[in-house]
Design a protein around this ligand. Structure first.
Ligand code: AMP
Length: 122
């Protein structure tokens, strides 16, 4: 899938729409999800134009890759959920219902998160 520069996270990165920024470095931006599903719901995105994890794994530099992982752990600490526990999730493609075609990692926490995945017929 080609990268679409009109996607909402590209627009946040360009400063065209606001976001509650929590962390930023040369490679990463993190901000609160606009529709939080848990008390802590942070989105961590690479600044580069990557559609999916596949795309990122293929093309990102080692520095970009490390920066994303480090930001996730740092934000979990700063949000106060490192000790209680949290979940990191990235929806990729159709079956995962990825809505925004710019790679993003959800960081969920602040309550017991229950089962990892809702049962298909549950
Ligand atoms: P996904 O289904 O994994 O693509 O998730 C996309 C996420 O982006 C959802 O949790 C949305 O609530 C979130 N989102 C969409 N627009 C914005 C925005 N302008 N600012 C922050 N989060 C957003």
């Amino acid at each position: 899938m080609a990268y679409d520069d009109a996607n909402v996270f590209a627009r946040i990165l360009r400063g065209e729409i606001p976001a509650k920024k929590l962390y930023e470095d040369a490679h990463v931006l993190a901000f609160n999800d606009i529709r939080p599903q848990t008390p802590v719901h942070i989105l961590v995105i690479p600044k580069g134009r990557y559609v999916s994890l596949d795309d990122f794994a293929e093309r990102a530099t080692d520095a970009e890759t490390a920066a994303v992982l480090r930001a996730l752990a740092r934000l979990a600490r700063e949000a106060g959920v490192a000790a209680s526990g949290y979940r990191v999730l990235a929806n990729n493609g159709r079956d995962a219902n990825q809505e925004v075609p710019h790679l993003h990692f959800h960081l969920f926490g602040g309550k017991n998160l229950g089962r990892m995945i809702k049962p298909v017929d549950g």
